[in-house]
Write a protein that binds this ligand. Structure first.
Ligand code: MG
Length: 363
């Protein structure tokens, strides 16, 4: 089998919050670069990547340039194709945008391989579990009014979610007392039995993280995420050491090697791996294995439609972030049942781009 064509598009989706019907996100839309990879065997694979900022057109151009290198290659030999494409970065190494661009190609290669073998991605990765826990993300954000989030939490509970994530490090003028009050009210709203995560998105200093982290310990957070700058490994280790609440991080980490330094420093208690930034599916699995050797669980970041295969396939996979940003890209996405996702069994990713996608294509 040979790759014959790769077609990319920029898809601009509205930034909705469908899980609890809340206000949108901190920006009005999200832009994705999607690809369709064609082969001479009549099997197509799809891939997706995401920058999240202003460089989406640049990312598409990077995807197109790297895609030229895969024409004529055998899509079943994913590591061989990957070595060739990664090597194109030359001495510039595995920097941000080339890794993001490569990940779209990698995802499409795995999709093709699964379809050719008649196996789901999860099956190809070992077929460990049929269901995996998931948590609602985005509905309890720091930019939503307090009156909204104390109603949104119970809506998520009614929908069957057993885990959900809020955010602290509030915008504008805030105090430790305001932070603690918001955590208290959300905990009271969802009840004591819900796993309640909390994302700080790197907005606290190390000392703030220890101070406010201690004050919110009484609310039994399931984890505190990205409490300070993501690669201050020594600083994060101080926080992890000081708090009983597990510290999570890793969504901003590119490639494999920095995870080693993060884990060796004991900066986190739970390792978050972003499929696009880690550099594709095989790299995701390698980091999960590294974390397992350090007795640490792993969790995903964004793209639940794909991460469901990965988190369910590793013994230390803890839960899938159910973040709806990308849902409109696809005809059908996994839907939580009693707080769990059923792992898709269709070949490859088990995903098709939405028939409706053309209305969101902007480039
Ligand atoms: Mg996060």
């Amino acid at each position: 089998m040979k790759i014959t064509r790769v077609k990319s598009q920029i898809v601009k989706l509205p930034a909705e919050e469908p899980l609890a019907g809340g206000p949108g996100f901190y920006r009005p839309f999200f832009e994705f670069v999607t690809i369709r990879m064609e082969t001479d065997a009549g099997i197509d694979g799809i891939g997706v990547t995401f920058f999240g900022g202003t460089l989406t057109a640049t990312l598409k151009h990077a995807v197109d340039q790297l895609s030229e290198l895969v024409i004529g290659e055998d899509p079943m030999r994913i590591e061989a194709v990957g070595r060739k494409v990664r090597g194109a970065a030359g001495g510039a190494g595995p920097g941000g945008i080339s890794t993001l661009a490569f990940s779209a190609i990698d995802i499409a290669l795995w999709d093709i391989k699964g379809k050719a073998l008649g196996q789901s991605l999860a099956m190809m990765l070992g077929g460990l579990r049929d269901r995996v826990p998931t948590y609602a993300s985005g509905a309890l954000s720091r930019t939503s009014p307090l009156e909204h989030v104390v109603k949104a939490g119970p809506v998520l509970v009614e929908k069957g979610f057993k885990q959900m994530k809020m955010q602290l490090a509030l915008p504008g003028e805030t105090t430790p007392a305001r932070e603690v009050e918001r955590a208290r009210l959300i905990r009271e709203a969802v009840g004591p039995d819900i796993d309640l995560m909390c994302d700080i998105n790197q907005r606290w200093s190390i000392n703030q993280a220890i101070d406010i982290g201690r004050r919110v310990e009484e609310f039994h957070l399931f984890w505190l995420e990205d409490v300070s700058i993501h690669d201050d490994y020594a600083g994060l280790a101080r926080v992890a050491d000081a708090l009983a609440t597990p510290i999570t991080g890793g969504e901003c980490v590119y490639g494999i090697m920095p995870f080693r330094h993060m884990i060796e420093a004991r900066s986190v208690d739970i390792v978050m791996i972003d499929l696009l930034r880690v550099g594709g599916i095989a790299n995701w699995m390698k980091v999960a294995g590294m974390a397992e050797a350090f007795n640490l669980p792993v969790v995903s970041h964004l793209l639940p439609e794909i991460h469901v295969h990965l988190v369910s396939s590793v013994p230390n996979g803890l839960t899938v972030e159910y973040m709806p940003w990308s849902f409109r890209l696809f005809e059908e996405v996994p839907v939580p049942e009693k707080g769990e996702l059923v792992v898709p069994s269709k070949p490859g990713l088990g995903l098709e781009f939405s028939h409706d996608i053309d209305r969101y294509v902007v480039g």
